[in-house]
Write a protein that binds this ligand. Structure first.
Ligand code: 0PR
Length: 383
């Protein structure tokens, strides 16, 4: 068998596995915070497949792209001149790095998190011997601000606020958190892995939502993901840090590669996602992202109306393109919907299902989905 045939056989085998996957292009993935990346991402990614940002002396051009990408995201988040950024694999890595930094700066071991915080903080607790101090949510599913001051003490390494929560897309009262953390001189990390590419544009579109970025003086770092609403290819997120000076806390000496020190969690990492995210950000620009958010919000409002028309209730009015539909038996409804070919997330601790109105979810998809939701809900006795 010749070389080409062998390759084709392997590629065919891979395709057979791939055919078992759900696809964004089908529109049937309704519960994911990721999406089909912008087409330019794919081309850019492929061209940088062999590049390694763990050794930037070998790939100075790719490193330049990374620097430009960090500048773009810093502008989006109103970061000051003192700020710096680290590109990583996504929200989990950015959150790990932020808490690693806060722990080393403070030499303390407790972090205060809202009960809505992403499960990456559970990993952080176990990995770094950190104690989580969870704070209850109020009736709007955001952190109960009155409890924070009482919980800050001489062991507090950081407070975490969420700007775009995983389950409901809610935004904690970051201006108030910022004031408290500034007064108490405590590191404030904002997890905007999902909301970072939504909130700035919602504001421009006239939505009344609180500030969350570096304009608030108490904010120390922000996680933001390109592979969620940044419309780019997995895996890529950024951690922007207010003070470049603190980077030494999360750096190690690297005696045998060309750079003398390395900062952050990973060593070898691909320039592919960086090139892809840069291409998307250049192509769309701030206006393109604003249009994308506008489109997702239109679909969100359309979906809310359809859900209400069906006689179902939402957990709360959505802040962004994430919806929680209240159900008595959410897991049974999810199981039924899976049988019908729709992928939606079960949030059993909230007794709800989650729909994320990502760019691949159109009004037409929602029209196709609604009879399926109705069918599933009737069969399970929700309607
Ligand atoms: N912070 C927040 C607020 C998040 O929502 C997430 C992920 C993370 C951090 C962690 O980000 P990485 O997954 O990039 O490390 N939230 C999504 C979720 O748990 C991740 C996801 C995406 C899950 C697509 C499923 C899926 O199909 O829902």
């Amino acid at each position: 068998m010749n070389e080409k045939n062998r390759q084709n056989i392997i590629l065919k085998e891979l395709q057979n596995f791939r055919d078992k996957d759900f696809t964004f292009s089908s529109g049937h993935i309704l519960g994911s915070m990721c999406t089909q990346p912008h087409p330019i991402a794919k081309k850019a990614y492929m061209n940088f497949l062999e590049t390694n940002l763990g050794d930037p002396e070998l790939f100075p051009g790719t490193k330049e792209i990374e620097t430009k990408l960090i500048s773009f995201i810093s502008r989006l988040l109103n970061a000051p001149k003192t700020a710096t950024g680290l590109i990583g694999s996504g929200g989990t890595e950015s959150n790990i790095t932020a808490i690693w930094l806060a722990k080393n700066l403070s030499k303390k071991r407790e972090i205060i998190i809202p009960k809505s915080a992403h499960f990456s903080f559970q990993k952080i607790a176990s990995m770094m011997d950190i104690k989580l101090i969870p704070v209850s949510l109020n009736q709007d599913y955001i952190i109960n601000i009155s409890n924070i001051r009482k919980k800050i003490n001489h062991n507090t390494a950081a407070v975490v606020g969420v700007a775009g929560s995983t389950e409901l897309g809610t935004i904690d009262p970051i201006p108030e958190l910022s004031e408290i953390c500034k007064d108490e001189d405590v590191f404030l990390h904002i997890d905007a892995a999902f909301g970072g590419f939504v909130i700035p544009f919602l504001k421009e579109l006239g939505y009344k939502i609180p500030d969350f970025d570096f304009n608030l003086k108490g904010v120390s770092s922000i996680s933001i993901d390109f592979h969620k609403m940044g419309y780019s290819a997995i895996p890529i997120g950024a951690l922007i840090i207010r003070n470049e000076r603190c980077l030494d806390e999360i750096s190690v000496k690297t005696p045998y590669i060309s750079r003398k020190k390395q900062t952050g969690v990973l060593a070898t990492r691909s320039g592919g996602p960086v090139a892809a995210a840069y291409a998307v950000s250049e192509y769309l620009g701030m206006e393109g992202y604003k249009d994308l958010v506008k489109r997702c919000m239109n679909t969100t409002e359309y979906t809310v109306k359809k859900i209400n028309d069906l006689g179902l209730d939402l957990i709360l009015k959505p802040t962004m393109n994430v919806l929680g539909i209240k159900l008595k038996n959410s897991s049974k409804v999810v199981k039924k919907l899976t049988e019908l070919g729709w992928k939606i997330n079960d949030m059993d601790r909230l007794s709800a299902i989650r729909i994320v109105l990502m760019p691949h979810v159109t009004k037409k998809i929602i029209d196709d989905f609604m009879p399926n939701l109705e069918k599933a809900c009737k069969e399970i006795g929700e309607l």
